[in-house]
Design a protein around this ligand. Structure first.
Ligand code: IMP
Length: 189
């Protein structure tokens, strides 16, 4: 008997499309142009800092719309809670590989939900003396905000629903969906 595939085909995913791949592509290009425009004077000090793992696909696409010299780095953050709700206890699980002092850092997030993770991270980064630090998030769920977070570059505002795809997961799955969709049946994920 052949083993069951680890994922059902995308067509069977319990997910309803919220943002199509084409919509995402257009908006990511616009964000890239905006970031480029604001960082023309950064010289060789521009750094895109991806928050693992959800920002990975967004960052890969966005970076190709920023035709400036830049470096990429990553930070791993764990926010304790259940699958769909963060608890507010935030911890750095894997730190940036080089100092950010004097750098123009643009933090790349997948989604700002309660804002607890971004609030913690932005405050933490500011203590490391970067030349500037801005926040870029693909998605924002304003209905869930518990901390005020200023998002400098925002892709889309979405309703208070759990979404997956384009890097975002549920129980580590569906990051590779090419679009963003809301989960219609969490038990089917
Ligand atoms: P926050 O601290 O509540 O703002 O949550 C931030 C993190 O929770 C994000 O970086 C995601 O990893 C995760 N998260 C929040 N909402 C969703 C969602 O709808 N889908 C997938 N992950 C989410």
């Amino acid at each position: 008997m052949s083993p069951k595939p680890p994922y059902p085909p995308f067509a069977d995913a319990p997910v309803e499309e919220l943002l199509s791949a084409a919509e995402i592509e257009r908006r990511v290009a616009e964000l890239g142009h905006e970031i480029t425009h604001h960082h023309r004077e950064a010289g060789t000090d521009l750094m895109l800092l991806g928050v693992l793992k959800g920002s990975l696909i967004f960052l890969a696409d966005l970076a190709r719309h920023i035709p400036l010299p830049l470096t990429l780095d990553f930070i791993g953050i764990a926010s304790y809670g259940d699958e769909t709700k963060s608890s507010g206890v935030v911890q750095i699980t894997s730190d940036i590989s080089r100092p950010i002092e004097g750098k123009h850092v643009v933090v790349i997030e997948d989604i700002i939900d309660t804002g607890l993770t971004a609030h913690y991270l932005m405050n933490n980064l500011k203590t490391r003396k970067p030349a500037s630090v801005k926040l870029c998030s693909l998605l924002h769920k304003p209905d869930r905000a518990e901390r005020e977070v200023s998002i400098d570059y925002l892709g889309f505002t979405i309703p208070n629903e759990f979404v997956v795809g384009y890097g975002l997961d549920m129980a580590q799955r569906y990051r590779n969906l090419p679009y963003i969709g809301r989960v219609t049946d969490p038990s089917g994920v």
